[in-house]
Design a protein around this ligand. Structure first.
Ligand SMILES: Cc1ncc(COP(=O)(O)O)c(C=O)c1O
Length: 848
């Protein structure tokens, strides 16, 4: 497809510096003549690396016989003659139980397989020996075993293909051989290759033509529908008589500052900024044409039955779901620590909320909601205390239940367990706010812990080439961990709102609402009314294209990308733990910690397995420190790394805000911080260098702290630095008492005892609109009813809802937060809802 040229990876077998075979050279010359670019590597190990590095490879032409010779060199004595494999021997295939999700080192045999070799045994080889082989404890012992038994390995076409396809499941593979016998190729190989080219039977020109033509079809195939249509449209160079007013960027070129804008963003981006007047690109509001196709494609890729593209982030996606499922006066049960968009939806929609409250640990990390909270009696008791709840309401259905599926701190619910609880509650609709979790669908690691996993099971059945099915263990306990909910577990409609932009490759604000149907069928057009009510009539086409592209990326390479990121984050976590151990064992004592299981370095458990990251039941030894946790209920997503700025054993406590500031000055920006925690997020854009830099920066901080270096030498770039002559360690110790006090207050505020409720949130917010409020100084808040939503950062979750009454602890916390920056300039906390006038802080409250 124009304008994208295609690149063909040629695995030639030729050693570096040596010539290609004559036929191969002619094929490659023909490929170039036909407009594609051949890229040469000598063997498939290098091909794998090249494919990973330069992802724009459309097709791979493997000279299998040449490569076989190379592998023979590499593996020397273990290679056997090919005819022996065919007539007298069989290839030993690894049993599913020996595989692990990361192609890691679970079994030595698997390592051999992961390196691309198959073990071959004589047909008469005894079963006990095969069993012995499969249980050899180390790779070295395996090689010894092979030598002793005179067993051989062969490079496996299936493995070669599997390794290519794990990076790009759609890449085209052409096997070029005269040695591989087609009847002997496993069916998965035959299914996965584009063509099997028997050497010297076709002309080089014909072979090249086939490869190049297929590579253009490949581009058509991998590009998602809307992006493809947009590119084609833009390349037609049409005159626009419609908005946006810059008309393909031309308006920017009419004035000098505009030219800078044009040059910075580039012509394509501006030419692709179109509007709904371009009928051939379809429409977002009515989901037709290429935009509608893109949504359908996303639905297939993300495992939903319906998907809507949302332009204003999950903040808007959440409001759509509230409005599309409940009307004024309906009862909604929601996580008290829901994102403020859900709280705003409650306020705007005049809904009657009942909150379920998560647990917290001593670091102030917010945990999950105990399953005991999803209980009719418990909800009933809560409802009875709410002034806006009548006895009829209490008997009524719960229209919507809202959970944060994967909190900021990485806590995820076992979906099957949640759904079975919901069945008891007879809840009509379930919203999983998966703002931080859109990647979960793409790796079996998360199978039980995200809501849209129906198609995951479809995929397992149809696609045995990939290793997904291999690690659903037989043992029923584990099965519960590994399997997702059965589709029939819950009878209501399930919504997932996802900020595609937050953790996948979409532009900011690009979110999706995914829906899974219920026996009471979801009505696409009915819901669309609320979708439209919350959607601009001028959507950003680049944003739509980026959502479409996110689907394609995850479709083609999702699992392998996540494999990489999971490996990367686990290695980062191990590195942090190792550095800490090393410091502890040396004179230098302390280091930052990671909030994670304590035995990560013990080597006793498979740290790549989901079960390792499942929160153990509460108890004095449970590393998470949360109360009320049962077995197999929640997972810690390893990708959300909470770093602890305390080392309890060494007695070191450093306010996180100081470390965060130091890191920012060194170009490392953390996602959020608590009082003694800071969060670093791994996403599909994370790279190895980034985590190494973070560890290095933390060790540098430690050095400065240990030597009590004066702040002016720590924060060198800061002008007008206060406390410049104070040592870093002394400074942290000076700040600690206040930080600790705030942490204590906050722990009390979020302890589960919610503020008294004076009225329904809607009524309080109406008072604000009608100016029926008083601006109350923060010091005098106790006993007053808030007219708005108060959210303090950290932790960035609502503290007081409109209609709730400030008690003394809230007042004290607000006062401390408001004035903190006066004493500690440069460390101001943010409180949404607090207004500063002439140095005094106010919150609007209902008139008394
Ligand atoms: C749990 C949760 N839901 C929703 C949102 C809102 O997402 P967006 O920024 O895409 O509007 C956020 C944002 O941080 C969030 O944390």
């Amino acid at each position: 497809m124009e304008p994208f040229p295609t690149r063909i990876l040629v695995v030639s077998g030729a050693q570096e510096g040596s010539a290609l075979s004559r036929t191969m050279k002619t094929i490659c010359d023909e490929i170039t003549r036909l407009g594609s670019v051949p890229v040469f590597v000598s063997n498939w190990h290098d091909a794998y690396a090249e494919l990973k590095e330069t992802i724009d490879i459309s097709a791979i032409l493997v000279d299998w016989d040449q490569d076989y010779v190379r592998c023979k060199d590499a593996m020397k004595k273990y290679i056997m003659p090919r005819h022996a494999q065919i007539f007298d021997h069989k290839v030993l295939v690894l049993p599913a139980s020996q595989r692990d999700p990361f192609c890691g080192s679970k079994s030595p045999l698997m390592k051999l397989e992961a390196e691309g070799y198959n073990l071959v045994v004589p047909r008469s080889y005894p079963q006990e020996k095969i069993d012995q082989l499969q249980n050899v404890p180390s790779y070295d012992e395996l090689l010894n075993f092979l030598e002793k038994e005179k067993l051989k390995v062969v490079p496996s076409p299936l493995n070669v293909i599997r390794s290519f396809k794990s990076i790009n499941r759609k890449v085209l593979i052409f096997l070029y051989t005269e040695k591989l016998v087609v009847e002997r190729l496993p069916i998965q190989v035959l299914e996965s290759i584009q063509a099997y080219i028997w050497k010297n039977e076709e002309t080089p020109h014909f072979v090249a033509k086939r490869i190049v033509a297929s590579s253009y079809e490949y581009v058509e195939d991998i590009l998602p529908p809307f992006f493809k249509a947009l590119v084609k449209y833009v390349h037609k160079g049409k005159y626009s008589w419609h908005c946006p007013g810059h008309m393909g960027g031309v308006a920017f070129l009419r004035s000098p500052p505009g030219k800078f804008f044009f040059d910075f963003f580039g012509e394509n981006m501006l030419a692709a900024d179109l509007c709904n007047a371009v009928g051939e690109l379809g429409g977002l509001l009515n989901h037709f044409g290429p935009i509608g196709d893109a949504e359908k494609y996303a639905s297939k890729v993300f495992g939903s039955e319906y998907t809507y593209f949302v332009m204003n982030g999950t903040s808007t996606a959440n409001k759509m779901v509230f409005q599309g499922t409940a009307v004024a006066g309906d009862v909604i049960v929601l996580d008290r620590n829901s994102h403020k968009s859900s709280m705003q939806a409650i306020m705007l929609g005049n809904y009657k909320p009942i909150y379920v409250t998560p647990v917290r640990n001593k670091y102030g990390i917010i945990g999950p909601i105990p399953f005991s909270e999803f209980n009719v009696d418990s909800l009933y008791k809560k409802a009875q205390k709410l002034p806006y709840m009548s006895s009829a309401d209490i008997q009524n259905d719960i229209k919507l239940l809202v959970l944060t599926q994967c909190t900021y701190d990485g806590i995820c619910y076992n979906v099957a367990k949640v759904l079975s609880k919901l069945q008891e509650l007879d809840t009509k609709n379930m919203l999983f706010d998966e703002a931080w979790f859109p990647y979960a669908h793409f790796h079996p690691f998360y199978a039980s812990y995200h809501s849209m996993n129906k198609s995951y099971f479809d995929k397992l059945e149809e696609d045995s080439l990939f290793h997904g099915s291999a690690y659903i263990e037989e043992d029923s306990e584990d099965e519960e961990i590994h399997r997702g909910p059965t589709p029939s577990a819950y009878k209501g409609t399930i919504f997932a709102t996802q900020s595609t932009h937050k953790v996948l490759a979409a532009l900011s604000q690009g979110s999706m609402v995914h829906v899974r149907n219920s026996p009471d069928p979801f009505h696409f057009d009915r819901f669309n009314t609320y979708f439209q009510a919350n959607t601009t009539t001028s959507p950003q086409y680049s944003l739509i294209a980026s959502l479409d592209m996110s689907s394609a990326i995850m479709d083609v390479s999702g699992e392998s990308i996540l494999d990489d990121v999971l490996k990367e984050v686990i290695s980062f976590r191990c590195a942090m733990a190792r550095v800490k151990v090393e410091f502890k064992e040396s004179e230098e004592g302390w280091f930052f910690g990671c909030w994670q299981p304590k035995d990560i370095l013990s080597g006793k458990k498979n740290i790549y397995d989901t079960s390792y990251w499942v929160l153990p039941p509460s108890g004095p030894d449970a590393w998470h420190g949360f109360p009320n946790i049962g077995k197999n209920q929640y997972l810690l997503d390893p990708l959300k790394v909470n770093l602890l700025t305390v080392d309890e054993e060494a007695g070191v406590e450093i306010p996180a805000c100081v470390v965060v500031k130091f890191l920012a000055m060194n170009g490392i920006i953390m996602e959020k911080m608590g009082y003694y925690t800071m969060l670093s997020l791994f996403s599909i854009g994370s790279r190895r260098g980034k985590s190494a830099t973070l560890v290095t920066a933390l060790t540098q901080f430690k050095k400065l702290y240990d030597s009590n270096t004066q702040l002016k030498y720590v924060f060198t770039q800061e002008k007008n630095l206060e406390f410049g002559n104070v040592g870093l360690k002394d400074f942290c110790e000076m700040m600690n008492p206040e930080i600790k006090r705030m942490q204590e207050m906050e722990n009390e505020v979020y302890s589960g005892k919610l503020p008294e409720v004076a009225c329904i949130p809607f009524k309080a917010s109406c008072a604000l609109v009608d100016n029926n409020v008083e601006w109350v100084p923060v010091e005098q808040l106790t006993g007053r009813t808030s007219a708005l939503l108060v959210v303090n950062y950290p932790p960035g979750i609502p503290t007081v809802m409109p209609g709730e009454v400030f008690d003394k602890i809230h007042t004290d916390l607000m006062v401390a937060l408001a004035h903190f920056g006066e004493k500690w300039p440069g460390y101001e906390f943010e409180v949404h809802g607090l207004v500063c006038k002439n140095g005094k802080y106010y919150i609007p409250c209902l008139k008394q």
